[in-house]
Design a protein around this ligand. Structure first.
Ligand SMILES: [Mn+2]
Length: 371
C-alpha cells in the first residue's frame, strides 16, 4: 500500500471515531437536557410540589417517625401506613419508624404487623396520620403526643389537624399519594418490594380493582411503578379475594333474595338477626354486600337495608343518577353516586323505594339512549 493511501485510511478512521464520539456526546447532552426539562415540567405542573417538599424536610428533621391511620382499617389504611413505614425505613435506615394502632383487620393480616409504641417514644417524634381527615377516627389516640403532626389524606371531607395538611381528593387512594411522593423525590425516597406490595394493596382495594371512576391515568401509572419493584399481584389477589364460606353464603343470600321495583331499582333487606343466624357476619359485612347489586342492566339505583335495633341503616348506590337529594330526604347524604340514609319503620322503607323508583323512571324517560 502506498504511503499516501495508508495515511488517508488512518485519517479516515480518526475522523470516523471522532465523529461518533461527538454524536455520542450530543446524545448524552440531549438526554440530560430532556431529563432537566422533565423535572422542571413536573415541578411547574405539580400543584402539590411545595407541600411534598415540606413533608420531606420534616421527615429528614426527625429521628423518630410514628405513622397512624384510621380505625377499622381497610386495605388503603394498612397498605399506606405499612408502605410508608417501609419506604422510610429503606430510605433512612438510621431513623426509627413505627406504625401505631389500636385495631386491625383479619383479612389484611398478610401485610406486616403494626408496632407497640410506648408513650415516651412520642416525645421527640413526628407523627404522620394517613388516610383520614377526621381526628376522631384516628386509631390509637397517642397520636396527639407527637411533637408535630402531618396529615396525608385523599377524602374530600378532610379536616386539618396537623402542622402540614396534604390532601388530594382526586387521588384514587392514599397509597397513590405516597407513590407520587416517592416518585417526586426519587433521590431521597427508595421504594422496595415490600413497600411496593403494601402500597399496591392500598391502590387495588381503594380503586375497587381499578374499576372506580377515581382510577385515572395517574392511578395506573403509580401501579405500574410499583410492579417494577416485583409486586406479586397473583399472591395479593388470592389473599384478598378468597373468602370464608360464611362470607360466600352472604353473597348467595343477596343473589337469591334481592328484588326489583317496577322501574328497576334493585334492593335487598337484611333483618336485624341475620348476623346472629349466620355466624361471624358483622353489620359491616352486610353493608358491603351493596356492591353485589351494582351490575344489573337497567337497574341504575340499588339499595341495601341493614336493620338494627332502633333504626335501619340504608346504603344507596347509583350509576349516572344523582341520589344525594333522595338520601337527604331520609336523614342521610354522601356523594353523587354513593349515599347513606336512615329509616325507622317499614312505611319509610316503602316510601324510600317508591321515591327511588320514580327517580329512576324519570331518568329513563329523559335518557333513553343511556342504558
Ligand atoms: Mn383510602
Amino acid at each position: 500500500m502506498s504511503k499516501i493511501k495508508e495515511g488517508f485510511n488512518k485519517l479516515k478512521n480518526i475522523v470516523k471515531n471522532k465523529t461518533n464520539e461527538a454524536i455520542d456526546n450530543v446524545q448524552k447532552g440531549a438526554n440530560t437536557i430532556s431529563n432537566v426539562v422533565r423535572d422542571v415540567n413536573n415541578y411547574v405542573n405539580d400543584e402539590y410540589y411545595d407541600i411534598k417538599k415540606a413533608i420531606l424536610d420534616k421527615i429528614k428533621e426527625y429521628d423518630t417517625i410514628i405513622i397512624h391511620r384510621h380505625i377499622r382499617p381497610d386495605g388503603d389504611a394498612i397498605g399506606t401506613s405499612q408502605g410508608l413505614k417501609e419506604l422510610l425505613k429503606n430510605s433512612f435506615p438510621n431513623k426509627n419508624i413505627y406504625v401505631a394502632s389500636s385495631d386491625k383487620s383479619e383479612y389484611l393480616s398478610f401485610l406486616p404487623e403494626d408496632d407497640k409504641v410506648e408513650q415516651e417514644t412520642y416525645n421527640n417524634a413526628l407523627v404522620i396520620v394517613v388516610d383520614t381527615g377526621d381526628a376522631d377516627r384516628i386509631s390509637n389516640k397517642n397520636f396527639k403526643l407527637g411533637k408535630e403532626i402531618i396529615k396525608i389524606d385523599h377524602h374530600d371531607t378532610s379536616a386539618d389537624f396537623g402542622v402540614i395538611n396534604y390532601c388530594d381528593p382526586t387521588s384514587a387512594s392514599c397509597a397513590n399519594i405516597i407513590v407520587n411522593f416517592a416518585n417526586t423525590f426519587r433521590n431521597d425516597l427508595k421504594l422496595n418490594t415490600l413497600s411496593a406490595t403494601c402500597l399496591f394493596v392500598g391502590i387495588v382495594t381503594d380503586s375497587g380493582r381499578f374499576r372506580y371512576a377515581s382510577a385515572d391515568s395517574r392511578c395506573f401509572k403509580d401501579a405500574s411503578t410499583l410492579l417494577e419493584y416485583g409486586v406479586d399481584t397473583q399472591k395479593i389477589y388470592t389473599t384478598l379475594y378468597v373468602e370464608e364460606e360464611n362470607k360466600f353464603n352472604l353473597k348467595k343470600y343477596v343473589y337469591a333474595k334481592y328484588k326489583l321495583t317496577k322501574n328497576g331499582v334493585a334492593y335487598i333487606y337484611f333483618k336485624d338477626n341475620y348476623g346472629k343466624k349466620h355466624n361471624g357476619i358483622s353489620k359491616e359485612d352486610i353493608s358491603s354486600a351493596i356492591n353485589l347489586l351494582d351490575c344489573i342492566k337497567g337497574s341504575m339505583i340499588w339499595i341495601l337495608f341493614n336493620e338494627g335495633k332502633e333504626a335501619t341503616r340504608v346504603r344507596l348506590r347509583s350509576r349516572y343518577i344523582n341520589i344525594t337529594e333522595l338520601a337527604s330526604k331520609y336523614n342521610g347524604g354522601g356523594h353523587e353516586n354513593a349515599c347513606g340514609a336512615t329509616v325507622y319503620n317499614k312505611r319509610q322503607v316503602k316510601e324510600l323505594l317508591n321515591d327511588a323508583d320514580m327517580l329512576l323512571a324519570k331518568f329513563k324517560e329523559d335518557n333513553k339512549d343511556l342504558y
